[in-house]
Design a protein around this ligand. Structure first.
Ligand code: GLY
Length: 548
């Protein structure tokens, strides 16, 4: 083929190659795994085939090829904290994969890899730059690499259980704690002697010189909760090659952030922020994070305070903070959606289809966080005053940032790390625990009002402009989860107003406290919460006690 240098061309070449080997092209599955409570996000190409490997979901093909959207943030494979600081970590990436469901096994699995990587018709990578690893006891894989392919034995590295437990190894791949798994063989690329790092299995293996580019798993087992491995109905193959890494090699660059796709996204971010692209870490973070964020929203995740929604919120807030660091003084992150669509929209039409939904969800989250970001940063700066490299920020301060200013712990850690300062996470956890207990004690506020409140017009929030307001109307009153006509002295209840300056709980912030004064008395607001309809907050409910 002609030189496939663009990422988009490499993606297509991979698919074409495996189609020429009788594979069926299957679309990427959603980032939200269907029917799989063991998984936070889709983190590998094989996820959508899990049941097929287990023999429980037959398909009308036995060979498949995909380019799969993956997110590794939160969950078993979590790369969030590293993004921006290393050459290759991403929250979102594309995994190219070929799969055999009881069809070919080790022999063809290895031959296809070698042909695609090295044949002149395909990627034509210099063989002398390639090394392979195998699972320590996998003599069959050794023979295939050595005898059939002709790799000298000194370039085939055996890796055993190097992660502290049986079958816990760089060369034994598991999707999660349970599910299909098996020994694997990996291909490494030597980026050159001018880059530091050692071969896999050496103490220097974490350096940047030898980079894993393709992992071929020989799916043989179904791992049970207790760690036992039961055989799969048929030996199968599951491979994964990160598009970003292979693109770096084909484009003659070292880091993933230097490939076409990221150069374009970083240039776009620099334009939006009106700065020069000097490969700043923060630009890398923004270029990486917009991919995870946009694809997650396209697949139906919305920012929230728990589960997937909280991971999404953390990624957005981390991006917003890095934009702030580069001088952004207003919402900017949502503007990255258009350049992303230009870059990836033809391979993933859902981005195009949902562009405006994605933009407005991001903008809304940015606007909400903007209100507390500057204050939180000021508080953090004062807490950090006097601390030096090697010191620790108190868990109490980190908790206050979380609780009052909506700073996820990893966001605070991202900032303190820049100064070599750790966080007392144990103390943070204690505060978190205490807060949970308080919330439990306040369980009386936990009545589900979403179906009870029947006010025609949603509450207007006026708290951005003012902290007090005269002449508001009480639209509804509730007591113990039921509508009430009035509250008497000392009674606890819930008040819904036509408009309110009280900020409701959300984004890691507690609801605002204060007073609602009437002609006859005072309603002391002890908490403010929102009632949602789908993704939109409709009514604000003020919880508290009425006194004359
Ligand atoms: N399932 C193969 C990989 O993620 O590397």
């Amino acid at each position: 083929m002609s030189q496939p240098f663009r990422s988009a061309d490499i993606r297509q070449a991979f698919i074409d190659f495996f189609i020429s080997k009788q594979h069926t092209q299957v679309s990427s599955s959603s980032l939200i795994p269907h029917n799989d409570p063991t998984l936070l996000f889709t983190n590998a190409g094989m996820n959508q085939f899990k049941e097929t490997f287990l023999g429980m979901e037959p398909r009308d093909y036995t060979r498949a090829v995909t380019s799969q959207k993956c997110v590794r943030a939160g969950g078993k494979h979590n790369d969030l904290d590293n993004v921006g600081y290393t050459a290759r970590h991403h929250t979102f990436f594309e995994m190219l994969g070929n799969f055999s469901f009881g069809d070919y096994f080790k022999q063809a699995g290895i031959e296809y890899i070698w042909e695609f990587l090295t044949s002149d018709k395909w990627l034509a990578i210099d063989k002398d730059r390639l090394y392979v690893t195998i699972y320590e006891t996998d003599d069959e894989a050794f023979e295939i690499w050595n005898k059939n392919i002709g790799i000298p034995s000194e370039r085939i590295i055996r890796i055993g259980d190097n992660k502290g437990a049986p079958y816990a190894s760089d060369n034994f791949w598991t999707m999660g704690d349970t599910g299909p798994c098996g020994p694997c063989t990996e291909v490494f690329y030597d980026h050159g002697a001018d880059i530091e790092g050692g071969l896999p299995g050496t103490p220097e293996e974490d350096g940047d010189r030898y980079i894993e580019i393709w992992n071929c798993v020989f799916m043989q087992f179904n791992r049970q909760k207790d760690g036992t491995l039961l055989p799969l109905p048929a030996p199968s193959v599951d491979t994964g090659m990160g598009l970003e890494r292979i693109s770096a090699i084909m484009q003659g660059v070292h880091g993933n952030y230097e490939i076409d796709l990221f150069v374009h996204l970083m240039d776009a971010a620099a334009d939006i922020l009106e700065i020069n692209n000097e490969q700043q870490s923060s630009l890398k973070v923004i270029a990486d994070h917009i991919r995870a964020v946009a694809f997650l929203i396209a697949d139906g995740v919305t920012p929230s305070n728990e589960g997937r929604g909280y991971v999404l919120r953390r990624v957005i807030r981390r991006a917003v903070r890095h934009g702030n660091k580069l001088g952004a003084d207003s919402e900017f992150f949502y503007k990255m959606v258009a350049p992303l669509v230009a870059e990836m929209g033809s391979a993933y039409p859902e981005l195009q289809d949902k562009q405006s939904v994605i933009e407005s969800a991001i903008q809304k989250e940015e606007a909400q966080f903007a209100k507390t970001l500057a204050q939180g940063l000021r508080l953090l700066a004062s807490e950090l005053e006097g601390l030096q490299d090697g010191d620790t920020l108190s868990g109490e301060a980190a908790f206050k940032l979380y609780d009052t200013y909506g700073f996820p712990l990893d966001l605070t850690a991202d900032i303190t790390r820049e100064r070599g300062i750790a966080i007392d996470e144990a103390e943070f956890d204690e505060h978190m625990q205490a807060q949970r207990e308080r919330a439990r004690d306040a369980g009386k506020f936990d009545v589900d009002y979403s179906s009870v409140i029947q006010v025609e017009t949603p509450t207007t929030f006026i708290g951005y402009e003012q902290l007090e307001e005269d002449g508001v109307t009480i639209d509804a009153l509730y007591q113990d989860g039921n509508p009430a006509d009035s509250l008497t002295e000392g009674m606890e209840g819930v008040v819904v107003l036509d408009r309110t300056p009280f900020y409701a709980e959300g984004g890691g912030q507690v609801g605002e406290l204060g007073e609602i004064r009437t002609a006859s008395g005072v309603f002391e607001v002890q908490d403010t919460k929102k009632i949602w309809s789908g993704d939109y907050p409709l009514w604000c409910r003020h919880h508290g006690r009425y006194q004359h």
